[in-house]
Design a protein around this ligand. Structure first.
Ligand SMILES: [Zn+2]
Ligand SMILES: [Zn+2]
Length: 347
């Protein structure tokens, strides 16, 4: 964490993440459950800066409080996945794991600690400390020799109580229902100590080596630990700088420009209405407001690199149709208004 002493001799820590603050806000404002919140803002960590990782960085996160169903886990994981897809990051993979609950974790920790203790002297110094404080963290070690030693270590997903196992299966079913691609990574535990059951991470190769774009998990005990009632919760946090790097590395197909052409000023109002309708459907559309002459409007469309022109004349407006001109082939055909949108959106 980024901690320092200020001029008033107070110890100051810049916030390293959003979840505990959102949880406090939920309690202090006695928000009604279930409740879904999001945040965007700067966070600070005293890490060594590297590509896409800064000491001050922006995170956007979502949190869902008061819902225990594995369908919520699946919805949250899918939401992050769809966010990356909307940025054009097509190789994003959701890695999921279950780290168990207060029922099943103590016995698992005993097993894992015993495994680690047997190999104690071959693990790095950090891992020896982790073994005592939070043995799951050993899986986070970057040392190849430690990772090799972990090959046969007991995994949390194989040591879940029946309720956790059922939940984990439910998360996978939910992801399949949503057609969200995922893989189980039984070594992924995430850096945070407060997760229970589901932990997940978004991984992309766009930045170079396989790298995390963010992640999250369930934290069913945090609200209680902060003095509230039992409240299941889950959320994720995504790094904006890393998402932008990954998006920049993935070419996004350019959206095809559509030009609306009014044959006379009488059709101008209908053209403007059509322009709005097209944009609402996500079509990149423009119109040349300055030129009255049709030839000039076509020239503007050409200069702007339009793929199609949608032409409105007296006839078309009267019949509720449009003429669609393909600017590459020069082909022109008349379509009903409803057909136009589906044709352009499909292209
Ligand atoms: Zn459990
Ligand atoms: Zn290690």
């Amino acid at each position: 964490m980024y901690t320092f002493t200020d001029r008033g001799d107070r110890s100051i820590t810049l916030r390293p993440e959003g979840t505990p603050g959102v949880t406090r806000a939920l309690l202090e404002n006695a928000l009604r459950l279930p409740c879904r919140l999001y945040y965007v803002g700067p966070m600070f960590r005293y890490n060594r800066p590297q590509k896409g990782r800064y000491r001050e960085f922006y995170q956007l996160g979502v949190e869902s409080f008061g819902e225990a169903s594995p369908q919520v886990d699946a919805e949250v994981i899918a939401l992050g996945h769809e966010f990356f897809a909307s940025l054009g990051i097509t190789d994003c993979e959701s890695q999921i794991n279950s780290v168990g609950c207060r029922e099943c974790r103590p016995a698992y920790y005993q097993k894992l600690k015993a495994y680690l203790a047997e190999r104690q002297d071959r693990f790095c110094k950090d891992c020896r400390v982790r073994t005592e404080q939070n043995p799951l963290r050993v899986f986070d070690c970057k040392e190849a020799s430690c990772q090799a030693l972990l090959a046969d270590a007991p995994r949390s997903k194989d040591n879940l109580c029946p309720a956790c196992a059922e939940h984990f299966a439910g998360v996978q079913d939910g992801l399949k229902l949503r057609a969200t691609p995922f893989v189980i990574n039984d070594r992924m535990v995430r850096g945070l100590d407060y997760y229970s059951r589901t932990a997940f991470e978004y991984v992309s190769r766009s930045i170079g080596a396989q790298d995390s774009l963010g992640g999250g998990g369930r934290y069913d005990y945090m609200v209680e630990d902060f003095g509230g009632g039992p409240t299941p919760a889950i959320g994720f946090a995504l790094g904006e700088e890393r998402a932008l790097l990954a998006a920049a590395a993935t070419p996004v197909p350019e959206r095809q420009l559509v030009f609306v052409v009014a044959l006379s000023e009488n059709e101008r109002p209908a053209g403007i209405a059509l322009l709005k309708e097209l944009r609402e459907q996500g079509v990149n559309a423009r119109m040349d407001y300055d030129s009255r002459k049709v030839q000039k409007q076509f020239r503007s469309a050409d200069t702007a690199g339009a793929r199609f022109c949608v032409i409105l004349g007296e006839d078309e407006v009267a019949k509720g149709t449009v003429s669609l001109k393909d600017m590459k082939s020069g082909e022109q055909k008349e379509l009903r208004r409803g057909e136009l949108i589906s044709k352009l959106v499909a292209d």
